[in-house]
Design a protein around this ligand. Structure first.
Ligand code: MN
Length: 133
């Protein structure tokens, strides 16, 4: 059950500020608490501090790439259960992730489908609720 007193927190990791703005605009009227990070180190810091319900992870970010950030999140007990959605322009992201041995909840290829995107995120949150009813 969704608890309206407890808005879901989404961390958006995206170094391209135009893309970041688009994601914020698409999600901002959906009742989420939205956080942002622009590189891998900031993503790890914010994720550890805030324990978001979902992370949207651009794979091509400075300092630590999205694969490495996700790998580290998955090895830390506090953040291991957070679903991480890869945002990628790569043609074969699932194969690349398998090669990197990183498990993502989902892959969303850029440019994102702006109509479908909010529904995709809502469905992912429902699928991965931290405390299912
Ligand atoms: Mn990028």
């Amino acid at each position: 059950m969704q608890n309206t007193e407890d808005p879901k927190t989404i961390l958006i990791v995206e170094d391209n500020l135009v893309n970041q703005k688009l994601l914020l605009v698409l999600l901002r009227h959906k009742g989420y608490r939205l956080l942002t990070a622009v590189d891998g180190e900031e993503a790890l810091k914010v994720a550890a501090r805030e324990i978001p319900d979902l992370i949207l992870m651009d794979l091509q970010i400075p300092k630590l790439n999205g694969y490495e950030v996700t790998r580290r999140l998955k090895t830390c007990p506090a953040t291991a259960q957070i679903p991480v959605v890869a945002l990628t322009a790569h043609a074969m992201p699932a194969d690349a992730a398998r090669a990197e041995q990183v498990s993502f909840a989902e892959f969303i290829t850029k440019p994102i489908d702006t109509r479908a995107f909010p529904h995709q995120i809502q469905e992912l949150l429902q699928r991965y609720l931290k405390h299912p009813a």
